[in-house]
Design a protein around this ligand. Structure first.
Ligand SMILES: [Zn+2]
Length: 331
């Protein structure tokens, strides 16, 4: 059995999504329900029915292997055998696919603890601390240009976006620090050490993507892989328990707020909230995310990213999401 606090949920990270009709979300977990663990291949799982009861979804419908959980404000869906979970139409990549066994659909306990629960109930994140500071990390810089488009280099777009975001966050009352403010390349270790010295911060690393197929497009947001799970990219440092894993719940909650806000405002393609062990996510002791704000290798997105108004839209989306995240935490 998983012990969990059971009480109303005051706020949601997904309140900004179109189908969420109000921000005063009153989605109760059931006082009668408990989560029961089932073993499968040595791993802990929980049944879909159990999740439906525990979170007091109004209904769980299953048709042709497609599961849909519904409550007045939340719609959560996935296909059996898939790792692509949609919560209010936002795509989350699970650490393990949903399994069908003995006429039950099973979700891994890791995904329940490290994704579903903190996303549905951010106010219950025990490790969450008050923060006033935001560390912005413009990726690459100096001798490392990152990706490039016909209009410019990733390192320069990252810095332009960072400067806009600094202004937007300061207007919302946050203190902002940057891992670089010019065309320099602090090492990844320097960026980690810089952030870890600031006591009351969250960390946002800004990047733009590239791929050898110019049709790839959209926004993806990364949070650190939980202990003993894989990645959705296979870049970054290997390792099981990393410094950043102490903030697993906050990491996914922050990623959710930022990703949902970016998609709502930009209408960009949703490439999902994914997991990886990038150095800056692995070794930072604060809530940390890495945003890939679009593809420089895609002609249409490259043109958008080269325009100041689009960078301004990305910036206000992220700044608003930081406020949403802060308000969703209990403290
Ligand atoms: Zn990059």
């Amino acid at each position: 059995m998983i012990t969990a606090d059971i009480a109303p949920i005051p706020r949601t990270l997904l309140a900004t999504i179109a189908i969420s009709l109000c921000c005063g979300w009153c989605f109760n977990t059931s006082e009668a329900a408990v989560l029961k663990v089932i073993k499968h291949n040595g791993r802990d799982y929980v049944t879909a029915q159990n999740i439906k009861d525990f979170y007091r979804f109004t209904s769980l419908t299953i048709k042709d292997g497609r599961l849909k959980f519904l409550s007045p404000k939340i719609e959560m869906g996935i296909r059996s055998g898939a790792d692509t979970l949609y919560i209010n139409r936002i795509l989350f990549r699970l650490s393990y696919p949903v399994v069908y066994k003995n006429r039950q659909y099973l979700f891994s306990r890791i995904d329940l603890d490290k994704l579903i629960n903190p996303v549905l109930r951010p106010s219950y994140i025990k490790s969450a601390k008050r923060f006033r500071s935001v560390v912005i990390d413009p990726g690459h810089g100096g001798s490392d240009p990152g990706s490039k488009s016909r209009y410019g280099y990733e390192k320069d777009y990252n810095l332009k976006l960072a400067n806009l975001l600094k202004r937007d966050l300061e207007r919302r009352g946050f203190r902002v620090r940057m891992t670089r403010s010019g065309d320099t390349f602090p090492s990844l270790r320097d960026r980690v050490d810089f952030t870890n010295r600031i006591s009351d911060a969250i960390f946002i690393s800004l990047h733009f993507n590239a791929y050898n197929n110019s049709s790839a497009k959209g926004i993806e947001t990364y949070a650190l892989s939980p202990k003993d799970t894989g990645t959705h990219n296979s870049r970054g440092v290997k390792g099981s328990v990393l410094t950043g894993n102490a903030r697993d719940a906050e990491n996914i909650a922050l990623a959710t707020a930022i990703h949902a806000s970016l998609l709502k405002k930009t209408k960009a393609e949703d490439r999902g909230i994914k997991r990886d062990r990038f150095t800056v996510l692995a070794d930072i002791n604060k809530p940390a995310v890495l945003v890939e704000g679009g593809f420089l290798s895609n002609p249409e997105e490259a043109r958008k990213i080269a325009s100041p108004s689009y960078l301004a839209l990305l910036s206000t989306s992220i700044a608003d999401a930081v406020v949403t995240y802060r308000n969703a935490l209990r403290k």
